[in-house]
Write a protein that binds this ligand. Structure first.
Ligand SMILES: NC(=O)C1=CN([C@@H]2O[C@H](COP(=O)(O)OP(=O)(O)OC[C@H]3O[C@@H](n4cnc5c(N)ncnc54)[C@H](OP(=O)(O)O)[C@@H]3O)[C@@H](O)[C@H]2O)C=CC1
Ligand SMILES: C[C@H]1O[C@H](OP(=O)(O)OP(=O)(O)OC[C@H]2O[C@@H](n3cnc4c(=O)[nH]c(N)nc43)[C@H](O)[C@@H]2O)[C@@H](O)[C@@H](O)C1=O
Length: 322
């Protein structure tokens, strides 16, 4: 990738710096010679428009990474539709508008692969957006993310600002949410397998049929891709960020069990939703820049499990999320 925008000596605000992606982006930015600006939720609730405007106006970041959001797995999205639509709309509109007001030169907004239609062609190209109905379990979050992507495009079109959007696939790794009801599939299966192994249990339950397929990317790879795009991408269109490979949930469960060392049987809970059958993204626009992920799935899971074990023992893993 050729750099269009240097981060050296720039002030970069990472919104959502304590989250899994935000903390990975902070780690990745350490190599860029920039000043990293952060604010905890207690200092700055990003739902407070006047607070966000004041904070950004006072600190005048040169660039913003918008990684803050209300995030959760399939059951959380399906259970709390108002929270996922409202909070994500408010957070993204506040940060994008306040960045424009304070003349922030570069902003990257993080969307999600769930913005695409439930039955989009696979692998899903960026132009599949808004070509069909969404997956019902996360349409609320998806509509918020589509709005954020469109808002960046609108500010570019009306005011000429260089605000870009990335659509990450399912992410996992250090700092993930391990709450069994609200998390995504990898942290949930990792924790279930870990606890079943310690308890000597003989079975592990997965949600749904196990037949849906999902693409996964380690969060450190995602952070590297975001920083690369921040420096080298300037365009109206959003960019898919993924590994380019997917796996069926049942196969994933077997892989997680082998990484954790759980040897019992895997059962299905058909009362839980499968969600979209597949959402493998076409990542050729990203790969054409020369970027490639460093982790393949098994080594990524081993890294994530090592982090989980260490932080559970220290009481620092997010096991119960409000
Ligand atoms: N995880 C995944 O699989 C994927 C994630 N993404 C996107 O990546 C981004 C980060 O996700 P991820 O790191 O997994 O999520 P996390 O839940 O781990 O982190 C979200 C962060 O946003 C902060 N936040 C949420 N609401 C507010 C608020 N009102 N005011 C201030 N801060 C707030 C949280 O603060 P606090 O720590 O105080 O709760 C947290 O630091 C999101 O935009 C998400 O949509 C996209 C695709 C996949
Ligand atoms: C990133 C993306 O993530 C969400 O979409 P999702 O990919 O469907 O989310 P998920 O990771 O929770 O599930 C993936 C698959 O896995 C199956 N599954 C099995 N067993 C468990 C389990 O124990 N927990 C969970 N969560 N899922 C399980 C589950 O039934 C489903 O078939 C969006 O809401 C939205 O947040 C978004 O953008």
């Amino acid at each position: 990738m050729t750099d269009l925008y240097s981060l050296k000596n720039k002030r970069v605000f990472v919104a959502g710096h304590r989250g899994m992606v935000g903390s990975a982006i902070v780690r990745r930015l350490k190599d860029e010679g920039c000043e990293i600006l952060t604010a905890s939720r207690s200092e700055l609730d990003l739902r407070d428009q006047s607070g966000v405007r004041r904070w950004i106006a006072e600190r005048k970041p040169d660039a913003v990474v918008l990684a803050a959001a209300k995030v959760g797995g399939i059951l959380a999205n399906d259970t709390y539709p108002a929270d996922f639509l409202y909070e994500n709309l408010v957070i993204e509109t506040n940060v994008i508008e306040a960045s424009f007001r304070s003349e922030v030169g570069k902003l990257i907004f993080l969307g999600s692969s769930c913005i695409y239609p439930k039955f989009a062609p696979q692998p899903i190209p960026e132009d599949a957006l808004l070509t069909g109905p969404l997956e019902p379990t996360n349409e609320w979050y998806a509509i918020a993310k589509i709005a954020g992507l469109k808002l960046c495009q609108a500010y570019r079109r009306q005011h000429g600002v260089d605000y870009i959007s990335a659509m990450p696939t399912n992410l996992y790794g250090p700092g993930d949410n391990f709450d069994l009801e609200k998390s995504h599939v990898i942290p949930a299966l990792m924790r279930k397998a870990h606890e079943a192994k310690l308890a000597g249990e003989k079975q592990l339950t997965i949600w749904g049929s196990g037949t849906p397929k999902r693409e996964f990317l380690h969060v450190d790879d995602a952070a590297d891709a975001m920083v690369s795009l921040l420096k080298s991408y300037s365009g109206d269109g959003h960019v898919n960020v993924g590994s380019g490979e997917d796996i069926a949930i049942l196969e994933l469960a077997k892989l997680v069990a082998s990484v954790v060392g759980f040897e019992g049987e895997i059962r299905n809970d058909p009362t839980k939703p499968d969600g979209t059958p597949r959402k493998l993204m076409d990542v050729s626009r990203l790969f054409e820049t020369g970027w490639r992920p460093k982790y393949e799935l098994k080594t990524g899971l081993e890294d994530a499990y090592a982090w989980f074990r260490e932080h559970v023992e220290k009481g620092e893993a997010r096991l119960n999320v409000a």
